[in-house]
Design a binder for this molecule. Structure first.
Ligand code: SF4
Length: 333
């Protein structure tokens, strides 16, 4: 198996050029072909010498993979199935809206975090995605040119595959890569503190933390990670971090009927989030097989939303997208 060029940083491409005896500027040309253009083979890198293309082809593969299956929701959301290594597969959701189009990417095949409400968690962990496999979900997407925003909210816990996720963000936001604004990318985590610290220091992208309940005992039931990194420690760490202007911290909150949707939860949320400039995204829950949880009703969600807004926390309720094709939040597997 040859190494793959797609997913390499400019620095790694410079090392490739050096190793093959090619001039250093070739690395920038290759990065341009990999991340700014649409090619399907190394031979198409037409401003490289024939010698350079031959050397590259002899030693490397391009490393791009087209999706092998597509499902379209009646609301326009699409779900793509991409091959990953060792015969595994991942799902990616394309969510077009009036003024923007968001791509929800996966960072792992399955997940080891075992959250009670999540279909990916039920699947178990089957491997980390490489940098190329993360970025390929954007690059090989038929609607790539339409994408305005990216969220790392698909399969897997991004900070459990930290280095590959951080390098994929570097390629997305570098001028030699996709040159996307970091303010258009959000990484969502259940709050793995060491990974979150690295992310906050090394990237400028937005952070979303899955909160789901402010109470310790309830969160342990919903999310086993609470036993390792309690949410109060996650919040304490966030408080120490000086946020640059425009960088956003948000909290994801899935609404479970009778579990986390009461006035008591509103009060405790206000208390634990005091002093953090943030917003809350409420998410409707759609029951998945094998969980006792149910989604809160619309009136409760509305009241919860209003109560948080009245207390000064900007809160929105996220529209459910792609429900009929199992592309909604927590349904990818
Ligand atoms: Fe993993 Fe996220 Fe699902 Fe939890 S919610 S099991 S961290 S994919």
């Amino acid at each position: 198996m040859k190494d793959k060029l797609f997913g390499m940083t400019l620095q790694q491409l410079k090392a490739v050029a050096k190793q093959l005896g090619l001039p250093g500027f070739v690395a920038t040309q290759i990065a341009d072909w990999l991340y700014k253009k649409q090619i399907t083979s190394i031979e198409q890198m037409s401003n490289l010498s024939l010698k350079a293309r031959n050397l590259l082809s002899e030693n490397y593969d391009l490393g791009l993979e087209a999706p092998i299956k597509e499902q379209v929701s009646k609301d326009g959301t699409k779900k793509y199935l991409y091959p990953a290594k060792a015969g595994k597969f991942i799902e990616t959701a394309f969510i077009p809206d009036e003024h923007r189009a968001t791509l929800c990417v996966s960072s792992q095949v399955g997940c080891k975090m075992g959250c009670l409400f999540c279909m990916t968690g039920k699947q178990g962990f089957q491997g980390h995605l490489s940098i190329g496999e993360i970025l390929n979900q954007l690059h090989s997407l038929p609607e790539r040119e339409q994408i305005t925003n990216m969220v790392y909210m698909g399969m897997g816990e991004p900070f459990d595959n930290l280095e590959n996720v951080l390098t994929s963000l570097e390629i997305l936001t570098s001028s030699w890569g996709y040159a996307m604004s970091s303010k258009r990318i959000t990484v969502s985590s259940i709050g793995i503190i060491p990974g979150m610290k690295e992310f906050l220091h090394r990237s400028g992208c937005h952070l979303a933390i899955s909160l789901h309940t402010p109470f310790d005992d309830e969160r342990k039931q919903l999310m086993p990670i609470q036993n390792v990194y309690p949410i109060k420690d996650v919040l304490a760490e966030i408080r120490t971090y000086p946020l640059e202007p425009q960088r956003r911290i948000s909290f994801e909150y899935i609404m479970f009927k009778g579990v986390n949707d009461t006035p008591r939860h509103v009060r405790e949320l206000i208390r634990i989030l005091a002093g953090i400039e943030c917003r809350i995204n409420l998410i409707r829950f759609h029951p998945i097989p094998g969980t006792p949880l149910e989604g809160s009703d619309e009136a409760t969600i509305l009241q919860f939303n209003q109560a948080l807004n009245q207390k000064g926390i900007i809160t929105t309720t996220r529209a459910s997208r792609g429900l009929d094709i199992y592309a909604a939040c927590g349904m990818l597997s």
